[in-house]
Design a protein around this ligand. Sequence first.
Ligand code: NI
Length: 185
Amino acid sequence: MALLEILKYPHPLLKKRASAVGAADSSIKSLMEDMLETMYHNKGVGLAANQVGVDKRVIVLDAPKVEIDTEIAEGKPEGKEVERVILKLVNPEVAGVSGEIRYEEGCLSLPGITAYVKRDKNMVVKAQDEDGRNVEINASGLISIVLQHEIDHINGILFVDRLSRLRRELILRKFKKAMEAERVL
Ligand code: NI
């Protein structure tokens, strides 16, 4: 396994729709393992292949299975074991959505900034797993949010693109200032 470099905004690959994967083979499996390792290393909950410079419709996620309007809003439930969901998907497509949810999102390609984004509360995703089998996932809450964030990535969409123009410009100005300051220091 290897740690991969995460591309930062405004890298052009983050704005490009990623290419479909033919058949999942061993190179896709090892890409997924490297992506998961890179994601854990950077304390993320999801990652898309184009964020690590690979133009392929591949996403991974590892996030707690929680419903946003209950557990998260009231803080993590004490002592309660939260089930985690790990997904490694090829060519994921949204097959159905319902409901609405708002959550404060961040992104490893835009480190240091967060914003509330409106998402679908429940969704059905069709994809292939790492062995090329067709899978259908019914997701809600945080898993639904992370899936939408990562599917957006492979469609060339960043979470800031989901904000109003005014909020996006404000937040990107803040991000660029922070990146410039980091370079000076
Ligand atoms: Ni992201």
